[in-house]
Design a protein around this ligand. Structure first.
Ligand code: ZN
Ligand code: ZN
Length: 256
């Protein structure tokens, strides 16, 4: 499985792209920077999108992607999440005020975007993956995705503060290859992290202590202006964690 980091920051500045991850060229997780990092042919290759939550830094590119794909595709892009997140997008973004309703454009029979609700805590087949959304703890409803396939399993978490269910879900999972998790603020801004449902390096350490499974941990969603400070604190507190690299493709070979 190829996991390509289009953008992995929790804020936008020149050279720092918002969260968006492309798996095997066809499945996108979050859409923050999809249209600012991919050329049109690569955008047209995307078949399905998993959304972790409704915050703008994770969905903004979906509006522009829908616009770019008009007249370029013969079937809809399938947009998956749990029902409340899809409802938030319909009501607050694709509401014909902030942006046109691309779930009925050009027609409700063959729209650009087709929203599909996923059951929480249950696996659903999406392409060659099995996908399970698990509820996290954030300022709005947010989920992580357990992705399973020939490569084993990977846990990609949307924005979250301290949380529980997801760690129970993966405890003792033998084939868990990687966990990606946000660390947004430095330790000195713990109060901001708590208010907004995010983690600091100290908070990350506490979360990882809840996980029994032994696996690689990749950190993302740093606010760009604090990134050097966060990286330094991670090196001290969570030395085994790696920081996800923007633009890099990570490969997970099939388990024999
Ligand atoms: Zn975010
Ligand atoms: Zn968020």
């Amino acid at each position: 499985m190829r996991y390509r980091v289009l953008g992995c920051f929790g804020g936008e500045m020149p050279r720092f792209h918002l969260s968006s991850f492309l798996l095997d060229d066809t499945l996108l997780i979050d859409a923050g920077s999809v249209t600012s990092t991919l050329e049109i042919p690569a955008q047209a290759h995307i078949e399905s999108i998993l959304l972790t939550h409704s915050h703008l830094d994770h969905v903004r590119g979906l509006a522009h992607l829908a616009d770019n794909m008009f007249g370029r595709r013969d079937r809809p892009i399938l947009v998956y999440s749990v029902e409340p997140i899809l409802e938030a997008l319909k009501g607050s973004l694709f509401n014909n005020v902030l942006w046109p309703d691309f779930t009925v454009i050009p027609s409700s029979q063959m729209p650009i975007l087709d929203f599909r609700a996923l059951p929480e805590g249950k696996a659903t087949s999406v392409h060659h993956f099995r996908v399970t959304p698990i509820r996290l703890s954030h300022a709005v409803i947010s989920v992580g995705y357990l992705l399973e396939g020939e490569f084993g399993a990977m846990l990609h978490l949307g924005d979250t503060g301290a949380t529980e269910a997801v760690w129970r879900m993966v405890s003792d999972m033998p084939n868990l290859r990687a966990v990606t998790i946000g660390t947004t603020f430095p330790n000195r801004l713990q109060h901001l992290a708590d208010l907004s449902g995010h983690l600091t390096p100290r908070g990350l350490k506490a979360e990882l202590a809840k996980m029994c499974a032994k696996t690689s941990v990749y950190v993302y969603h740093m606010k760009p202006q604090y990134a050097p400070e966060i990286v330094k604190e991670l090196e001290e507190l969570v030395p085994d964690a790696q920081v996800l690299e923007q633009g890099k493709e990570y490969r997970f070979a099939p388990i024999p």
